[in-house]
Design a protein around this ligand. Structure first.
Ligand SMILES: Nc1nc2c(ncn2[C@@H]2O[C@H](COP(=O)(O)OP(=O)(O)O)[C@@H](O)[C@H]2O)c(=O)[nH]1
Ligand SMILES: [Mg+2]
Length: 358
């Protein structure tokens, strides 16, 4: 994940940091220049005392010796004000890098806004390296994007009245059924009992697929005839769990194409009948902005509580995680990282941020 973004971030950091360093050195040289002029009266002119010393100072010839040292001490000791202009080019680069990494435009804009707000016009005591100032601003911006009013999956399971009812939604082929198997395994590893409702009554082989998983995991599956009402299957699964004191009901659903209005109507009906504690949207990281668009549609129709992003093992870009969290205002709960039952990672924004900047 974030392979592309990581490559580009390096350039971006270098570019901003050299802008800052250049600026500091010019300011310093400009000041020196003025001082020396005053002493020796060799020159006239006011380089370095105007409002924007960075540009005025371009006239001043840098001296060869000790410049590196001076920049270093300036960076440690003094304050520099970063202007919007200083960031113009680097932010353009960042914008492109984020877009190429599948971060949705709205989210890119928010990240750029936040980076600018943190850096521009403020006197920065350059106690840190310029690279770090920038990296911290960017981390903070990404944290802001990911910091959505988050429900913690484990807490919901622990605190909710049993059976906890979880409805999985999303289009076909994104990994819903596989996720349900992974979540079932995870819950059982944590000591909970689980029943699965085979609510995908539409797709050929869907029930057989979930039954194969369930058999391996030792989980009961509630199923009806093909093409029967998924709401009825899920209702039965809830009743089954209530009667047998099962802790968690995991409801699979069909994922016919999202523009099919019937699917959304069907999901709304299921929601009324099941009254789920959690609605989890599943999509694949590699779908990028398509996944973001779908997340919003499902969110508008049934109101999702969180998302699971699958196939992150096959995704070099990574931006969908940022975009889906931001665009739905709901957390990414887990990432699917492979086809095995254990390939499910609980999502942690800090973990993601570390991956971007590692
Ligand atoms: N590489 C990879 N493959 C996955 C992941 N999750 C699911 N898959 C595969 O994606 C395909 C579709 O998954 P499925 O659960 O049937 O999707 P559904 O139609 O949404 O229920 C299957 O071949 C899964 O093995 C994942 O995290 N990584
Ligand atoms: Mg399925």
């Amino acid at each position: 994940m974030f392979k592309k973004l990581k490559e580009k971030l390096k350039n971006f950091k270098e570019s901003v940091s050299s802008t800052i360093k250049e600026k500091v050195s010019k300011e310093e040289l400009a000041e020196k220049g003025v001082k020396e002029e005053r002493v020796t009266a060799e020159k006239t002119g006011e380089e370095g005392v105007k409002e924007e010393p960075s540009r005025e100072a371009e006239e001043v010839k840098p001296r060869k010796e000790g410049i590196g040292q001076r920049i270093k001490s300036l960076i440690i000791e003094r304050e520099v004000t970063i202007s919007e202009k200083d960031l113009e080019k680097p932010l353009e680069e960042l914008e492109l890098a984020l877009l190429e990494s599948d971060v949705a435009l709205r989210v890119v804009e928010e990240i750029l806004r936040s980076v600018k707000a943190q850096l521009v016009g403020k006197e920065r005591k350059l106690l840190e390296k310029p690279e770090d100032i920038l990296e911290n601003a960017l981390k903070e911006a990404i944290r802001g994007v990911l910091n959505v009013n988050g429900l913690d999956f484990d807490e919901v399971i622990e605190r909710s009245e049993k059976p906890v009812k979880i409805l999985f939604v999303g289009v076909n082929g994104t990994g819903k059924t596989t996720c349900i198997a992974k979540i079932a395994k995870r819950l059982m590893d944590h000591g909970y009992s689980v029943v699965i409702a085979s609510g995908d009554t539409y797709r050929a082989g869907a029930t057989e697929q979930i039954e194969t998983h369930a058999e391996r995991l030792g989980v009961k599956v509630i199923k009806h005839e093909k093409f029967s009402d998924p709401a009825a299957v899920i209702f039965d699964a809830v009743k089954y769990a209530e009667a047998r004191r099962i802790d968690v009901v995991l409801a699979d659903t069909a994922g016919r194409f999202h523009t099919n209005v019937n699917l959304m109507d069907q999901l709304k009906k299921i929601q009324r009948v099941m009254n789920p504690d959690l609605v989890i949207f599943v999509d694949e990281a590699i779908a990028g902005n398509d996944a973001v668009e779908r997340a919003e549609r499902f969110n508008n129709a049934v109101g999702i509580d969180g998302s699971i992003l699958t196939k992150t093992d096959a995704d070099a870009k990574g931006g969908a995680a940022l975009s889906i969290a931001y665009c739905t205002s709901r957390p990414i709960m887990f990432l699917g990282t492979g086809q095995d039952y254990n390939d499910l990672v609980k999502f942690d924004p800090e973990w993601l941020i570390e991956r971007i900047f590692e």
